[in-house]
Design a protein around this ligand. Structure first.
Ligand SMILES: [Zn+2]
Length: 92
């Protein structure tokens, strides 16, 4: 099982801080947790860049799946899906 690239890749905000890419999914703006600067993600340049970052994360996940990896998002990961799937594999 591997963690989705959405939850591994970091996106640099304009204020200079980083945020995990997956947390920006479907967000139109983001308040930086470090300095409280509001980033408008729908602003043209950032929006274009962000969608490219999402594309490459999805592609990396697709490649991992083709190689037989179970790709999970961070919330699934933390919910202990790993243990459940491992027990499914080992049970008859
Ligand atoms: Zn910041």
């Amino acid at each position: 099982m591997s963690l989705s690239f959405l939850d591994q890749m970091m996106f640099p905000l304009r204020c200079g801080h980083m945020v995990v890419l997956g947390r920006l999914n479907n967000a139109s703006s983001w308040i930086c947790e470090s300095c409280r600067t509001v980033a408008e993600l729908t602003a043209s340049a950032d929006c274009e860049w962000l969608s490219k970052e999402f594309d490459s994360a999805y592609q990396c996940d697709a490649i991992a799946r083709e190689r037989g990896a179970l790709v999970a998002r961070a919330d699934e990961w933390q919910a202990g899906v790993r243990e459940r799937r491992l027990s499914e594999v080992t049970s008859p």
